[in-house]
Design a protein around this ligand. Sequence first.
Ligand SMILES: [Cu+2]
Length: 379
Amino acid sequence: MHSFVTAAVVLTSACNIIAAPAGASNSLLSRSPQEESEPCESEAPTPYPPPKGTGACENPRVRKEWRALTDVEKKDYIDAVLCLQHQPAITKEQFANNSDLNPINRYDDFHAVHNLQTPNIHFVGHFASWHRYMMHEYERTLRDVCGYKGSQPYWNWSLDAQPNNNLSVAIYDTDVFSPTVGFGGNGKYVELPEEVEGPFRAWGRSGGGCVQDGPFTVPNFHVNIGEKNGSSCLRRDFLPAVLHEDADPKQVQLVLDQPNYTKFARQLEGGPSFAIPAIHAGGHFGVGGMLGQAGDAANSPGEPLFYMHHTMIDYVFWKWQQKDLENRLTDIGGPVHYLDFGGENVTLDFQIDLGAIAPPITLREALNTEGELFCYTYE
Ligand SMILES: [Cu+2]
């Protein structure tokens, strides 16, 4: 048993989102969390999550695709995300001596921890498990801290991909990007500053500035990590060509067809070059392009869609495991260090952690979505 178990404190719901006043528009855009959320009374933040489950995962929570949620469920989720920005950070101490990362609120915690660990959690054998753990803790925080009753949803981009029509913007014309029942749309178009280099200059980027509509505009939502001036707006820079190509159902199938974990992980993440499509890259660059947070490896959690995208990645991971669960609950491999294929490999005892958000767990624990630690499934 881990030592953190005894130190854990169970949080009760601390943040009650009050219903919009009579006559208010249904639009999330018109809502101001400052006015309508009860200031989420902060209890002493707990450094660690509640104890692990008592052993059996009897009623796994079901994670669903965004469009399978009712409009009320969609709104509950988005309200809970906004609520995180009104809760005090629990990682302040962890970053006390790090002048680059100043988490202010509970949303920033995840962004800051991801930023710090970026060199150690991408293009490694524990990439999928680390992000699985992050999604789990984000979901748990939405529920425990912000009173969210549902499960973490995902965005299945492959439902909308048109790889043969890859400049079409229809992939963004869904409830996921709706200003009223989704995450809002593109950023305002801005010219690319000359000094910005990257592989996507010629791919038809279309935004780059602050998001214009939906719930995550200023002043309702701020990005407080990884910004030159401390705090900024959420930016998006839709790049349909890359999203269509990477979100192609054939790409998903290619990942699912891999015979062992090491091959699965390589196919999932692709390479650091973007010449070859990879499903993980699509959600990032299709939304963040060159100037949006989603396209920045370290700072992509500044984009609320990051969690929808990475839960989709986890869904693919889960689906791959389900094809041969008996073996795949213990199949792991891939490098300990960034791109160090051929070097030391991770094992089931390898540990991952989320800094001050959550304690170390082993990959053995992370591989099981219906075990002692995680208890969820997908539909
Ligand atoms: Cu990441």
